[in-house]
Design a protein around this ligand. Structure first.
Ligand code: GLC
Length: 710
């Protein structure tokens, strides 16, 4: 239902005033900015004083300045339409949550929603109306630095996390002063850039687009995400920023997206770099005719759209539709009623507690030869290049953090009971200086990692093996005959094929935010039982990339892409660690799968009936713990090649020791269907295998059958 109030307002606007609403500028405390707002040439301001792709600390937001600029827009501009202030509040504001890839490893959507609610409260209190988050690009290539901003390689996991993020940011009361508009990005297929080269080209077929990359966007549109951001990249020769097919036909018409599209940073002007526009005027024409609604900072729209309308190259009707979407979101999020920010007291203690739970639950125990957890009474040594590190625990895109509450791993160790049992082997210039220090200690915790500046936007790597100097350091300590615990503080997955040999235990700590150090030490000493599972496949060596679990079946032994049917002479074809993998300090046993109904007809499925499958999970270990039970589906024979397995459900459950729980999954049309060669969603009759287990390698399965009985 379109708002007559908005339609009436647009009717009374000049073309210049309409175009002004489609113009987003950078925040600058200047007379020129005030004049532009006063003349109705600004619809939005991006609070990115130094939009450094999220790796440098931003200046504190000046809320008084924002309110002053808003007053000019309301009282002195021709239309009196409020500004919408946007910012990259990606995974934290003052209190920083884990990087999104680590958050996905928690497989805890409720926790993510709570965390993003807390983030929204902090950002809204500083005058932010709109965040450019969540990033829901399917990411299969760890060489691409932006995989750390994603929720990993799986469409279902990404969809569930994306929906939780949108609900966290927007809440169910869009007009609340604690809610901020979300932005699903980067539409579409950005994570498929060749070789992991940021901004590069992608080749994505309609079939792959619809069955992988588009699914998370379909999910968040159904969750009423307020805005979408286009990607810098091109799909098979078509830059997304100028693709009416992608932006209008699919996103706005087929998916029914009602919000507005914001261009990624100057990506309209970058159509000239893509060489599909000879100049910025032509770029503006292409983007407007694709109905890319708002222009981020390159001024293509404000400089050229009015003229393009006069020349008949862009219709005023198109402009009206774009302006309607912008005003619709401003109205939906209460900017007309509450345009000004009154800073409120924020419950930071509560937010820190959420951040701690999040970093506890995202860390993944990859290996443990009965060395973890360690008793406080045991004498250990701790060493490594990340022992004193603080900033990189926050990861990329953490521009607003509060440095005061960040702790290093060494500082947290020093706060522990019996800390006199800890030998700090400072990383010396000459590594062998530590030999005497650790000589009489049999267990060494080695803290490794990568700088936050090595991942995120435009930070790609050709080699994701553990850095050579860190590998050699660990190897030397292992060769001393020590028991070694590796703590890995990396954003992206890294290839541990060789490194794994030098560790008796490996804790993948990611870059887990404000409370990362506390969580690492709590897991090492067993105060926290790790429960993270991998949202991306970990290769053995860089050369295995691409390697992801939901690969189509082909000749070989089923899980050929993951299986032992080695395709390489110089490496096993199986990953180092598979999707969904993660250990615990306790042990969970899975029963056989029970199925309530092994056969359904297509018509029954279309009438909403579902297969109900379940397992009993028993905690047979020595302590309580959380387990993410995963449900995968495999279509045995179909009209197109189908992934050998696809995640269709997961449930993270807490189970006391010696207790058990029943987990039930329902599988219906949505879970069994796919988009066929004609782009139609369909379920085909036939046999399917349903798997339920602890990771994607599970062989705990049952067969179900879909019959086509007329
Ligand atoms: C950057 C990023 C995008 C971000 C935007 C605003 O280039 O690609 O994710 O939201 O510009 O900073």
């Amino acid at each position: 239902m379109r708002s007559s109030k908005i339609i009436e307002k647009i009717k009374n606007m000049s073309i210049e005033e309409k175009v002004g609403q489609l113009n987003q500028i950078q925040l600058e405390d200047t007379k020129q900015v005030r004049d532009e707002i006063r003349r109705g040439r600004v619809g939005s301001i991006i609070l990115a004083d130094t939009a450094t792709a999220g790796n440098d600390k931003q200046k504190k937001i000046n809320v008084d300045l924002l309110n002053e600029l808003q007053r000019i827009a309301l009282e002195e501009s021709p239309t009196g339409i409020p500004l919408i202030f946007g910012r990259d509040v990606i995974h934290g504001h003052h209190i920083v949550m884990p990087i999104p890839l680590a958050e996905a490893a928690s497989f805890n959507t409720e926790l993510l929603e709570n965390a993003y609610r807390a983030v929204a409260e902090e950002a809204a209190s500083d005058g932010v109306h709109w965040t450019f988050s969540p990033m829901i690009d399917i990411s299969r290539d760890p060489r691409w630095g932006r995989c750390i901003e994603s929720f990993g390689e799986d469409p279902y996991l990404t969809s569930e996390m994306g929906k939780a993020a949108v609900c966290g940011f927007q809440s169910d009361d869009y007009k609340s002063t604690d809610s901020i508009a979300a932005c699903a990005k980067h539409y579409l297929g950005y994570g498929a850039v060749e070789g992991g080269r940021d901004y590069g080209k992608t080749e994505i077929s309609e079939y792959t687009m619809r069955n992988y990359y588009l699914k998370p966007f379909k999910a968040v549109v159904e969750e009423n995400v307020a805005t979408v951001m286009n990607s810098f990249s091109e799909i098979s020769g078509q830059p997304v920023a100028s693709s009416r097919y992608l932006l209008y036909d699919i996103l706005k018409t087929e998916l029914g997206f009602e919000g507005f599209i914001i261009s990624d940073w100057a990506s309209i002007a970058k159509l000239v770099n893509h060489r599909v526009a000879k100049d910025e005027k032509e770029a503006a024409m292409l983007a407007a005719n694709a109905e890319l609604d708002m222009d981020m900072v390159d001024r293509c729209y404000i400089e050229h759209l009015s003229e393009l309308v006069e020349e008949g190259k862009v219709s005023e009707e198109t402009i009206d539709k774009m302006v309607y979407r912008v005003l619709y979101i401003k109205d939906k999020f209460g900017l007309f009623e509450n345009p000004y920010t009154e800073q409120k007291k924020v419950n930071f203690e509560k937010h820190i507690a959420i951040a701690k739970q999040f970093s506890d639950e995202c860390m993944v125990l990859l290996k443990n030869n009965d060395i973890l957890p360690i008793k406080h009474s045991k004498r250990i040594a701790v060493t490594g290049p990340f022992l004193h590190e603080k900033r990189s625990h926050l990861g990329s895109w953490a521009p607003d953090y509060d440095a005061g509450i960040l702790k290093s791993i060494q500082e947290v160790f020093l706060e522990c009971e019996d800390n006199d049992k800890i030998v700090f082997a400072e990383l010396p210039y000459l590594w062998d200086d530590i030999i005497p220090t650790i000589r009489d200690v049999d267990t060494v915790v080695i803290v490794l990692g990568e700088s936050a500046k090595l991942s995120g936007e435009d930070n790609c790597l050709t080699n994701i093996d553990l850095p050579r100097e860190q590998l050699e350091f660990a190897k030397k300590i292992k060769l001393l005959g020590k028991k070694t615990v590796g703590v890995m503080c990396f954003g992206r997955p890294i290839a541990l094929g060789e490194a794994e040999l030098y560790f008796d235990a490996i804790l993948y700590a990611w870059q887990s935010g404000t409370c990362a150090a506390q969580s690492i030490v709590d897991i090492i000493y067993g105060k926290v039982n790790p429960s993270g599972k991998l949202p991306m496949t970990f290769p053995r060596v860089t050369g295995q990339i691409p390697i992801y679990y939901n690969y189509p079946s082909y000749f070989g032994n089923g899980m050929a892409y993951y299986g032992d049917g080695s395709n390489y002479w110089d490496c096993k074809s199986t990953p180092m660690y598979p999707f969904g993998y993660g250990l615990s300090y306790t042990n969970f046993e899975y029963s056989q799968i029970r199925c309530e109904n092994y056969i359904l007809t297509l018509d029954e499925l279309k009438n909403g009936e579902t297969f109900k499958v379940s397992v009993i999970i028993t905690n047979t270990g020595v302590r309580a713990g959380k387990e993410t039970v995963q449900c995968y589906v495999s279509d045995r024979v179909a009209s197109m090649t189908r992934p050998i397995k696809e995640l269709k459900g997961f449930s993270k459950v807490f189970i006391e020791k010696k207790a058990c729980k029943e987990i039930v999954f329902e599988l219906g049309l949505e879970e069994l269907g796919f988009y066929n060669r004609n782009g139609e969603f369909c379920v085909e009759a036939g046999e399917f295998d349903v798997f339920i287990g602890r990771d994607c390698m599970t062989d705990n399965k049952v067969k179900i059958t879909v019959m086509n009985i007329k």
